[in-house]
Write a new protein. Structure first.
Length: 126
């Protein structure tokens, strides 16, 4: 099953336990998850992400976004029986047409603090 989350930093903090009882809560016994994409998309605001007007969207993810994503990544790491794979969003970017400023695809590498979290996780196995 694929799960995607484009959220606010507070969402990821509030849902640190999201995967702990995921199978029981959803009724999908023994189903494994690929978190297809996860990313903090905007600042914390009432109602979460503004999908219509884009109010609060980050030009480049600041440290608070990276912290929110790190919390979510730790939640995935501590539930290996449920979460088998994950990828940061966006993994690649089409520079001719995009809505994200962050990408792991060079050249040029456009990044923010969030990319540093991926580097830390890559180099620091739990």
């Amino acid at each position: 099953m694929i799960v995607d989350h484009y959220e606010t930093p507070q969402f990821f903090k509030d849902n640190f336990n999201y995967f702990d009882n995921w199978n029981a809560a959803t009724g999908y016994k023994d189903v494994e998850i690929f978190v297809g994409e996860f990313s903090v998309l905007s600042r914390d605001r009432p109602g979460g992400v503004d999908w219509v007007n884009g109010e609060g969207r980050f030009a480049y993810p600041p440290m608070i976004a990276a912290i929110g994503e790190a919390i979510y990544a730790l939640a995935m790491e501590r539930s290996p029986n449920v979460v088998k794979l994950s990828s940061y969003a966006p993994l690649f970017q089409n520079f001719n047409g995009y809505q994200w400023t962050v990408s792991l695809s060079p050249p040029p590498l456009s990044s923010g603090c969030s990319v540093l979290i991926d580097i830390i996780f890559k180099n620091s196995p739990i």
